[in-house]
Ligand binder design. Structure first.
Ligand SMILES: C[C@@H](C(=O)O)C(=O)SCCNC(=O)CCNC(=O)[C@H](O)C(C)(C)COP(=O)(O)OP(=O)(O)OC[C@H]1O[C@@H](n2cnc3c(N)ncnc32)[C@H](O)[C@@H]1OP(=O)(O)O
Length: 164
């Protein structure tokens, strides 16, 4: 609720965020929200999903990349202005195993939005009682620091923030 009510609150002085070519309103006192980095989709069969995006939709699709620190294997689908991340569980306690148990056919798992200062975002969101799912930022799929925000505090959507 906090994140959304804050985004809807009147913004006194719109400023631009130089990382992106698009103008964005100020997201907080010391950090700014940027582009949509990716939409992540959990899939029960990575190979099948890869074939769908590559051969049926004609997208540019990477090889599968194991990311043991996050308990997932990932395939990146390049869409030009953003990416789709196809996620499959890796290891015994993958954070997406439960999601796939509940959503057998797979489904949209999270969105990832860039920020210009992940540590400032983390501190600010904690103060606003938005639950961050790790104590500090971890290195994400693109080699940059990321944090995840609890879906129950973000309108039912698991939100990842990535340092741009
Ligand atoms: C490589 C990296 C990257 O991109 O950089 C990645 O992708 S790593 C991608 C994988 N890593 C992560 O997801 C890390 C952050 N995720 C987590 O810490 C966890 O998965 C949670 C989001 C806290 C969910 O934990 P867990 O599955 O144990 O709990 P749960 O099943 O009891 O779910 C608690 C509540 O959240 C909801 N819930 C669970 N997963 C959800 C999701 N993906 N989207 C929206 N809601 C979700 C459940 O329906 C439930 O709501 P109700 O209580 O209303 O029924």
């Amino acid at each position: 609720v906090g994140l959304f009510s804050r985004l809807q609150a009147p913004v006194p002085t719109p400023r631009t965020f130089s990382m992106s070519q698009v103008s964005h309103h100020v997201a907080g006192p010391s950090w700014n929200l940027g582009r949509l980095n990716h939409v992540a989709i959990a899939v029960p069969d990575l190979e099948k999903a890869s074939v769908f995006y590559k051969n049926v939709l004609g997208a540019q699709v990477s090889e599968a990349v194991p990311i043991p620190e996050h308990g997932v294997s990932v395939i990146f689908v390049n869409l030009g202005n953003t990416k789709i991340e196809l996620l499959h569980p890796l290891g015994d306690d993958s954070p997406i195993a439960g999601f796939l148990q509940k959503n057998k056919a797979g489904g949209m798992h999270h969105i990832c939005i860039e920020v210009d200062n992940i540590n400032a975002a983390l501190m600010d969101l904690k103060e606003r009682k938005i639950r961050c799912l790790s104590k500090e930022a971890k290195i994400g799929a693109h080699g940059k620091p990321v944090i995840f925000l609890h879906p129950q505090d973000c309108g039912g959507v698991l939100v990842e923030l990535e340092q741009a």
